[in-house]
Design a protein around this ligand. Structure first.
Ligand SMILES: Cc1ncc(COP(=O)(O)O)c(C=O)c1O
Length: 446
């Protein structure tokens, strides 16, 4: 079949059954599919040729917008030059170059980079490095891991164990042992409609002290949190909360891991949330925006002090028995280097700061619409939290999400929360369009 055949006719000839779609209500979707066919700049087009404004940077990953020719060319050049080369006991120049480039934008000290293929793999890698680090230093009793309610750390067994989104855990009986969770920081009673970081809740970080008292610091390896919880619906850290987590972890020799798979690469107006909010963790996990979503790739930033702890013993000894066939894949690395060039040239890692006020005012203009119980924002990310229908949680959010799509705007829903994270190339008129359509749809959704 000609792959450039008219997309609508392609669809009508296609059977949608075989693809088991991820995180999707498959049967519902296949009754009325939402199929994207091409993308450029701020817009997708669906198979009927309708433009759809991208209000979510794909899946929080296309920070430089769509169809960046420099990335396409870099990928194409690399794939014909050298399609693949191993990085186990072998190497090729690109991941070394990329790691150096990444170290330049990382917070101070986090200049050792381990490559993965996804956020989930980055998280599992970070947790394993934390455990192996303590062992390497003779503190092998530090095995407990601490996550947070409503946290999302991907779908590996490590990630769902420290994660705190119930549906992602409950169907799978087996999880890592020795995991605790801090409380989430969503507090509608005290913080609803805050612009930027909420005032109340920094004291929730003190729960970590209680866990230290309960288990003994000598048994705790690491705390992992998203500096801002994205997938659970844009839940922001209260002012001072991350600082307190940092103080407590440092005091007790516990590693602090920031999962920046969403917040990394400019979403908050700085390369990482760590820099935006002035808190430096020991490890940062990333993926998504690293290649602008074009080729799967993740990167884990590790403080060099942690890596140094592995560099003992005979020279010929493998220091970390961990890695993926595609760690540092040449084509992905080429895509990432081209992406970093675009971010630097167009100032995209800072751009969210320039747009933040406009974005904030636009989103908060939706206050007062029916069922809107909270609006949250920071950088170029935001959420409109809707009240749940009696006995049907999630249905109102889904209806709004779906209708927005048919009205030409792509948002995300997580339960009854509508989340948005447009590409960082957005102009004010895109923000206006996004908010206007969302407001109209919310107003008419019962
Ligand atoms: C904070 C966070 N960690 C991990 C992941 C998992 O990433 P992936 O889907 O690439 O495995 C995500 C995905 O949204 C995420 O938001």
């Amino acid at each position: 079949m000609d792959s450039l055949q008219d997309p609508a006719s392609l669809l009508s000839s296609q059977n949608l059954d075989a693809f088991w779609m991820p995180f999707t209500a498959n049967r519902q979707f296949k009754q009325r599919p939402r199929l994207l066919e091409s993308a450029e700049g701020m817009y997708y087009r669906d198979v009927d040729g309708r433009p759809i404004l991208d209000g979510t940077a794909g899946l929080w990953c296309c920070n430089a917008g769509h169809g960046r020719i420099e990335i396409a060319e870099a990928v194409s050049r690399q794939i014909s030059h050298m399609d693949f080369a191993p990085t186990f006991q072998m190497g090729h120049p690109l991941p070394f170059e990329l790691a150096e480039r990444l170290a330049e934008i990382a917070p101070p000290g986090l200049d050792r980079v381990f490559f993965t293929n996804s956020g989930s793999e980055s998280v599992d890698t970070a947790l394993k490095i934390a455990l192996a680090y303590h062992r390497a230093r003779g503190e092998g009793t530090r095995t407990r891991l601490i996550g947070r309610e409503l946290g999302y750390h991907g779908v590996g067994f490590g990630g769902i164990s420290v994660g705190g989104m119930v549906n992602n855990r409950k169907a799978f009986s087996v999880q890592l042992p020795g995991v605790d969770h801090l409380s989430h920081t969503l507090d509608l009673e005290r913080n609803a409609f805050t612009r930027g970081l909420p005032e109340h809740g920094a004291e929730l970080a003190e729960q970590l002290e209680r866990l230290v008292t309960l288990h003994g610091a000598e048994n705790i390896a690491a705390v992992i949190v998203e500096p801002m919880s994205g997938s659970a619906g844009v839940i922001l850290p209260p002012k001072g909360y991350l600082q307190r987590l940092r103080e407590i972890t440092r005091r007790h020799g516990i590693l602090l891991i920031f999962d920046e798979v969403i917040t990394g690469y400019g979403r908050l107006g700085a390369p990482f949330a760590a820099q935006r909010w002035g808190v430096t963790p020991d490890i940062i996990t990333t993926a998504k925006g690293l290649t602008n979503g074009a080729i799967p790739m993740g990167a884990v930033f590790v403080n060099r002090i942690i890596q140094d702890a592995f560099m003992h013993g005979p020279q010929g000894m493998i220091e970390l028995f961990h890695g993926y066939t595609y760690s540092g894949h040449p084509v992905a690395a080429a895509a990432a280097l081209a992406t970093l060039d675009i971010y630097a040239r167009d100032g995209l890692l800072q751009r969210a700061l320039e747009l933040e006020d406009y974005w904030q005012e636009a989103l908060h203009s939706l206050k007062g619409l029916p069922h809107v119980i909270d609006i949250r924002n920071t950088g170029l990310v935001g959420a409109v939290h809707l009240a749940s229908r009696d006995g049907a949680p999630g249905s109102r959010g889904y209806d709004v999400f779906e209708e927005c799509f048919w009205q030409g705007v792509m948002v995300r829903c997580t339960g009854d929360i509508i989340a948005m994270s447009p590409p960082l190339i957005a102009e004010k008129e895109h923000i206006d369009q996004l908010v206007e359509v969302l407001g109209r749809v919310i107003a008419k959704t019962a």
